[in-house]
Design a protein around this ligand. Structure first.
Ligand SMILES: NC(=O)c1ccc[n+]([C@@H]2O[C@H](COP(=O)([O-])OP(=O)(O)OC[C@H]3O[C@@H](n4cnc5c(N)ncnc54)[C@H](O)[C@@H]3O)[C@@H](O)[C@H]2O)c1
Length: 397
């Protein structure tokens, strides 16, 4: 395939940075030809803003367009798998945002049902495994590429960690990873039925993905196959429900979650007996807090995805630097801040899209693909079972 023509699905936050990333792709003829969204007016506005030539009335209309050879799913989690199945059957390559899927209202509930309070986690795990199995079979039968938009894999700090691991004789014994911030304000995040869980699914999918990726990479180097996770032990909590937090005003943390956790800690064991500790929370002040630390027998690597201290900014006033962007999720611009020179680059968004486009043109596998997408969901839902039942849980292979 010489020319890559992408159909963008969704017009929100992720769709915007994916669109910018496609424009940064070098050496490959790739463009977004058109867009569709939940609301047609949003699609029209998005197409105008990003100078896209087509607006599709529906997802189906986009799939009918023979020009489109890739669809980029930047839609809420509950729609990832149903849309991916449809697009794969229509012969389109797939870019799918994280997490791959989750147990949501699409499993036969109303959108406003508090499924996080009522549905046993084992049932959730079984359901997600079944739906992923169906997707895997469709991928095998259609042969379309599946590209999983886990940007941690592409963050320059993690890329450097891979090179360091490759250059070292050491064994990765322990990984510590976290993605946290001061809470989501997105309306879909409030309910399990729409988000498929709380902080573990929303932000923890990045940190679990990063940790698994490092062990897979190490395994490929040493044995020619990934080192897979085997068991998980976890705790979750709803910390903004604490009485003393509720009584306190003003609130500096978002507390809109209804039936899902805002903190989770997961211990993962791998088949070579190494471990990973993953934390995901919505109760961290001071800006987005994303890091992955690798403890090996022969060294230690700390990847500060965000924040990092390339540019430190001191502002005596909120508007000392006008509206120039500083960093994600900081609650004040006063005082010292870690200002990201290019957050999209530091997060790996550009590098991710470059790999996806090369994957298609050179007919190879992406660095972040199906196995990672599938295993992250299996780990997180096994973690939910562990937290609910108070026991170590085997991760279904
Ligand atoms: N990798 C990252 O750093 C990152 C960051 C943010 C979000 N995400 C992921 O991206 C996805 C989207 O999140 P977001 O923050 O952009 O959400 P958003 O609410 O900003 O945008 C969602 C978009 O989906 C569209 N949509 C909803 N139903 C649709 C339908 N039936 N057909 C077509 N479009 C439909 C909406 O109109 C909206 O434009 C989620 O899976 C999220 O986890 C990833």
């Amino acid at each position: 395939m010489k020319q890559i023509k992408i159909g963008m699905v969704g017009t929100g936050f992720a769709a915007s940075f994916h669109t910018e990333a496609v424009r940064r792709v070098v050496g490959i003829d790739a463009e977004i030809v058109g867009v569709t969204s939940g609301r047609h007016t949003n699609a029209v506005a998005f197409a105008e803003k990003h100078k896209l030539s087509r607006v599709y009335e529906s997802f189906e209309q986009m799939l009918d367009d023979p020009q489109v050879n890739v669809v980029d799913l930047c839609v809420p989690t509950s729609l990832h798998l149903p849309m991916a199945l449809q697009a794969a059957r229509a012969g389109k390559h797939l870019i799918v945002e994280k997490p791959l899927t989750g147990y949501t209202a699409t499993a036969g509930h109303d959108d406003d049902e508090d499924i996080g309070m009522t549905v046993p986690r084992q049932k959730m795990l079984d359901h997600t495994l079944e739906s992923m199995q169906e997707m895997e079979e469709v991928l095998q039968s259609t042969g379309v590429k599946f590209m999983y938009a886990e940007n941690w894999v592409y963050a320059p700090t993690v890329a450097k960690a891979r090179r360091l691991i490759a250059a070292s004789p050491g064994t990765v014994m322990r990984i510590h990873a976290e993605e946290s911030h001061n809470g989501s304000h997105a309306s879909y995040a409030a309910r399990w039925s729409l988000a498929g869980g709380g902080s573990l699914v929303r932000t923890g999918s990045h940190a679990v993905g990063g940790a698994l990726h490092i062990k897979y990479y190490e395994g490929m180097l040493k044995y020619g196959e990934p080192i897979r996770p085997t068991t998980v032990t976890a705790e979750v909590g709803h910390l903004t429900k604490m009485e003393r937090f509720q009584a306190r005003e003003p609130k500096h943390l978002a507390d809109s979650l209804i039936d899902c956790e805002d903190w989770g800690a997961v211990l993962i064991r791998f088949e070579d007996d190494s471990v990973a500790e993953v934390i995901a929370s919505d109760v961290v002040l001071g800006g987005i807090y994303n890091y992955l630390e690798i403890f090996s027998s022969d060294g230690r690597i700390r990847c500060n995805i965000n924040p990092n201290d390339q540019v430190l900014v001191y502002s005596p006033e909120e508007d000392s630097f006008g509206d120039e962007y500083l960093a994600e999720k900081i609650s004040t611009r006063r005082g010292w801040n870690f200002a990201s020179p290019d957050e999209h680059w530091a997060s790996g968004y550009y590098q991710e899209m470059q790999d996806f486009m090369e994957t298609i043109v050179h007919d190879r596998s992406p660095l972040s693909g199906w196995q990672l997408a599938r295993d992250v969901v299996a780990v997180i839902y096994a973690a939910y079972v562990s937290a609910e039942e108070g026991r170590r849980v085997e991760i279904p292979q």
